[in-house]
Design a protein around this ligand. Sequence first.
Ligand SMILES: Cc1cc2nc3c(=O)[nH]c(=O)nc-3n(C[C@H](O)[C@H](O)[C@H](O)COP(=O)(O)OP(=O)(O)OC[C@H]3O[C@@H](n4cnc5c(N)ncnc54)[C@H](O)[C@@H]3O)c2cc1C
Length: 455
Amino acid sequence: MQTHIDALTELLGADQLLTGSDISERYQVDWSKEAPHMPEFVVRPRNTADVSTFLRYCSEHKLPVVPQGGLTGLAGGATPRDGEIALSLERLNGITELDKQSMTMTVKAGTPLQVIQQAAEAEGLRLPVDLGARGSCQIGGNVSTNAGGNQVLSFGMTRALVLGLEAVQADGTIVPAYNKMLKNNAGYDLKQLFIGSEGTLGIVTEVVLRLFPLARNKHTAVVALDSFESVVKLLNTTQSKFARLSAFEAMWNSFFQCSVGANPNLSDPFDEQYPFYVLLESENDALDQFQQVLFDELEAGNVLDAVIAQSGKDSDQFWAIRDSIPEVMSTIPQPYANFDVGLPVSQMEDFLDKVQSSLSERFENVESLTFGHLGDGNIHILAWTTHEDNSQAIYKHVYQLLNEFGGTVTAEHGIGYMKADYLKLCRSPEEIALMRVLKQAMDPNNILNPGRVLS
Ligand SMILES: Cc1cc2nc3c(=O)[nH]c(=O)nc-3n(C[C@H](O)[C@H](O)[C@H](O)COP(=O)(O)OP(=O)(O)OC[C@H]3O[C@@H](n4cnc5c(N)ncnc54)[C@H](O)[C@@H]3O)c2cc1C
């Protein structure tokens, strides 16, 4: 490896490489916390040309590379494996252009999501991608995982907000696929190859994002309900009655109480506990209309109680209950199985009932917390047993059940390394074969994130 370090130091300059004890823990594991591993060394290019030079060298010498953004991924995709060199995009940071008339923003891949959100808002615009990791994740990571988050219901996943991008292929070829237009049907839409492919087909170095006007107003409420059926009814009602239902986040009581308990800055907005809670947000409705819809639901008995945010501070508090995932995770025993499953809303209740009953039958002392972006058909389950590590057996068990329901093992976090063996449960053999054809064509030496997505 020393020969490669010397050669790359010569090609890129010493300030772009981190070696030995200069490699902090940050570069050794992503948020999945699965199997931390020291990379051979870390390369931190300052521009696209340097990314290209680095990849050309790695291709020629068949050196495996793990791309790293903000390392908030939950599928082990950015965690180094044996013999891999980490390619950190953190220095490709900054806004290249904000075009107010076209409502687009061009940003470098290493720019944190929150910086982009704030820059758009300062111009009266918004990027409707939002997730709990907003302060640490980078737009390149969001694009590479096709991140979901809290506003998918109205604006779609990250893919829907990417108009164009620049990527670097495994052999160092730079692909400028910049596009600022909403409509461009000229040939294949090549940017899609790099969106959601988790760094296995190329490195995203710059992104053209679609912006929207800021909402005229926003109303937030936390609602308490007694059954999953009522939760789904509320989803359908609010989708049809609100001008724009921008978030519909479901929390089971055990998650809600754990989140409130784990975070000393939070308090339960209700005086008693309920089986289910929904955090919902509407945009562009008059307050009267928002209140009336919730009042009608209360009158009809579908909703048991509701608290409407009276200020931005209240709304932040409500969101903090949903977003306190790091605090929740710190209170449960490690390791736990962390699910990000997707399935049609109409099948969710049966699936979740089956998960609960069969986990209890199969494992002793099993516990779980459930929450998620229910409006998107996306549920997160954290499950563990208290006396020993059964996380791998729990994954296998639940994924097999999911397969019977035709669901997906990942609605938003991606396959990464951790779910590569389960890809076949939710993609057909023909789809996987075509994925392999693309991988072979674009990365014949298999240097880009080997073992992720395709095992
Ligand atoms: C508290 C918390 C809340 C979260 N909430 C959500 C949520 O609501 N929705 C959701 O979808 N995710 C969520 N996540 C997961 C995570 O934040 C997203 O997957 C995010 O998009 C990852 O971005 P990142 O920059 O941290 O990428 P990383 O973790 O660094 O990398 C993710 C993957 O992309 C690859 N990669 C990174 N950058 C590039 C690049 N420039 N070019 C090519 N490949 C690259 C990596 O190799 C890896 O495979 C959450 C995570 C946390 C910790």
